[in-house]
Design a protein around this ligand. Sequence first.
Ligand code: ZN
Length: 148
Amino acid sequence: MGYVQTRNAQHKKKTVNRYTPEGWAEIHKNLGINTDTMIWLMQNPVLDKTIEFADNRISLFAALYGRCAITGVDLMPYEIRCHHKVTLENGGTDEYSNLVLVTEAVHILIHATLEETIQKYLKELQLNKKQLEKLNKLRKLAGTPAIA
Ligand SMILES: [Zn+2]
């Protein structure tokens, strides 16, 4: 019996639990997303949109860890735009695969046709090559010409 060794449990953080505000905060922290923003999305569905749209908007937020699909910045509640890759007018749906979450500035840039507007937001966003490629894919789908 002298050879039996015991070890303390080391992998579970004691602060993580469901029973204290601090413990609950730790759980949320570990999800890696801003749960306040997520709750905001749940409480503020876009008016005149379907339940499918509302659900997918929240799912996308979780899947992208709360970040803009183009710039990768953390999305703040009031600037979140849920864009239809193929517009509803062109037969697009509210399906998950047809939606993407971006910042308001990126959303304006996806739909912008005026050179002045395009230049203004390009300057503001300072997109790199990869981000610009992603943006142009969305612009093409939206029926706006690619930005050179
Ligand atoms: Zn849009």
